[in-house]
Design a protein around this ligand. Structure first.
Ligand code: MN
Ligand code: MN
Length: 473
């Protein structure tokens, strides 16, 4: 069995370590799509990228080697580095998504039940609900007030912060629950987040003053715990209960990305689908200083729920941005925009299911992605007769093989599980609609969509190498 760890030189191992340290830091700083965009923009600006919006408003022109970025609603970002050749001759595009499965807070979420305060939630993306209970959780997001001010919220990451939890039933009373199917064992409406138990201090105060005579807790007014939560939210974030309606609060596992294994060969972290592809694409994009063709790194939102909405891949944001780029370089031309898109090629990167010996029955070994075997290419995904998949062209794959071999990149070809065992979607088919060459590629991950997912550091390293080679292709 191939294992690329044995092929590295000392220098390569040093580079591998350095890249993975940076990758873990990015995972910690980017736990939501908004945080990822903020991080990507900060990194791009540091590398000399300018805001496309600024370039347009200042009526500047763009030329070879110029680097720009464009952001859509703080949740989607595209980076471009202009190549020697005109944009209309096509770009080399690295695409990945920055939204991850999680649990979202509803718009009217706060309630109290028997002295416990909760936030009502609706999960986001495909999760096994039973995996999200009984573990420390953090809240990340924004609260936008009516005056337009946006208040960032991050609770549960700092060692001094409190964390939150979704409770599960104790095993002693779970006789009936344990008989249920896994999809029913924890129901969606039972995924509410426990956030408080102490009544508003004024109430306790009143009791002490004798205005209320029983201090055993049962005489506290209804909703006093909720009132106390509201007081704390007001103090800390200046928010009213109604501000929840214009908030986006995401519940994610609390804590940092960690090395995994005695040999530290792997990474255990939340959100590696698809940030393992997003950050490696971004690293490669910022590394490559010059290339014949225009390079692009596109990080999108909403993949986990079907790429819908203004910030998902189905939105016109990317097409519109390319039109602006054409206008700034070759002059406004609808035809050239279409040519730029059709002449482009893309690595649509998303995680692939790594072969798991514990669940060998759902894999077909000859078409599986293995840890420490390099960048994964999926000619097709989908299931049931390749249904809904983007079936990459043989000609394009041949070109990619040549590029990867010449750059000494380890890669493998795989499919997501056995035929008819299931399947999964990506953004590849959407970009393919423009008539460009697209292939699904990415990093193999164990435990996909679980609160903590596992990747191989060697594959992270090969992904960066592969993406750099692709940008110069
Ligand atoms: Mn994904
Ligand atoms: Mn996914």
């Amino acid at each position: 069995m191939k294992n690329i760890w044995t092929t590295y030189t000392k220098d390569q191992l040093a580079e591998l370590d350095e890249l993975n340290e940076r990758y873990k830091q990015c995972l910690d700083e980017g736990k939501t799509e908004r945080e990822c965009v903020e991080l990507a923009v900060a990194m791009a600006r540091k590398a000399g990228y300018r805001s496309l919006e600024d370039v347009i408003s200042k009526k500047q022109k763009l030329s070879i080697g110029d680097k720009v970025y464009a952001v859509c609603m703080n949740k989607m970002v595209a980076l471009f580095r202009l190549g020697e050749k005109p944009v209309s001759e096509g770009m080399n595009i690295l695409g990945a998504h920055i939204d991850s499965p999680r649990i979202d807070v509803k718009q009217n979420p706060l309630y109290e039940n028997e002295g416990l305060a909760y936030l009502d939630t609706h999960y986001y993306g495909g999760i096994k609900k039973y995996q999200w209970v009984a573990q420390p959780l953090a809240i990340h997001g924004v609260v936008v007030k009516k005056d337009g001010t946006a208040q960032r919220v991050t609770i549960g990451e700092d060692a001094a912060d409190p964390v939150f939890v979704i409770t599960d039933l104790l095993v002693h009373l779970a006789q009936d629950q344990m008989e249920k199917k896994a999809s029913k064992v924890i129901e969606g409406e039972k995924l509410d987040l426990l956030i408080g138990n102490c009544p508003l201090n004024e109430v306790l105060h009143e009791m002490k003053k004798g205005k209320k005579d029983k201090a055993d807790g049962r005489e506290t007014p209804a909703d006093a715990v909720k009132e106390n939560v509201l007081r704390l939210l007001k103090e800390k974030y200046g928010m009213e209960e109604s501000d929840f309606t214009s908030a986006e609060l995401e519940i994610v596992p609390a804590g940092k990305a960690r090395d995994c294994g005695l040999d530290r060969s792997m990474i255990l972290s939340y959100g590696q689908d698809d940030r393992v592809c997003a950050f490696t694409s971004l690293f490669a994009m910022l590394d490559v200083k010059e290339a014949d063709r225009t390079g692009c790194c596109l990080l999108v939102d909403k993949e986990e729920i079907g790429s819908v909405g203004a910030t998902g891949m189905h939105s016109r944001f990317f097409e519109n941005t390319v039109a602006e780029l054409i206008a700034l370089t070759e002059g406004e031309s609808e035809l050239k925009v279409r040519r730029a898109l059709a002449n482009s090629r893309m690595l649509s990167s998303d995680v692939s299911a790594a072969y798991d010996p514990m669940y060998a029955e759902v894999f077909e070994k000859r078409s599986s992605a293995f840890f420490a075997n390099g960048l994964t290419f999926n000619k097709f995904t989908g299931s049931r007769g390749k249904s809904g998949s983007n079936d990459a062209n043989a000609e394009y794959i041949a070109e990619l093989r040549k590029t990867m071999d010449e750059a000494d990149v380890a890669y493998q070809f795989a499919e997501l599980g056995r035929v008819d065992a299931g399947g999964g979607g990506t953004i590849a088919y959407i970009m393919a609609n423009y008539g460009m060459e697209v292939i699904d590629s990415g990093v193999a991950v164990l435990n996909m969509h679980a609160p903590y997912e596992v990747s191989s550091k060697a594959d992270v390293y090969e992904a960066v190498k592969g993406y750099r080679a692709f940008l110069k292709m």
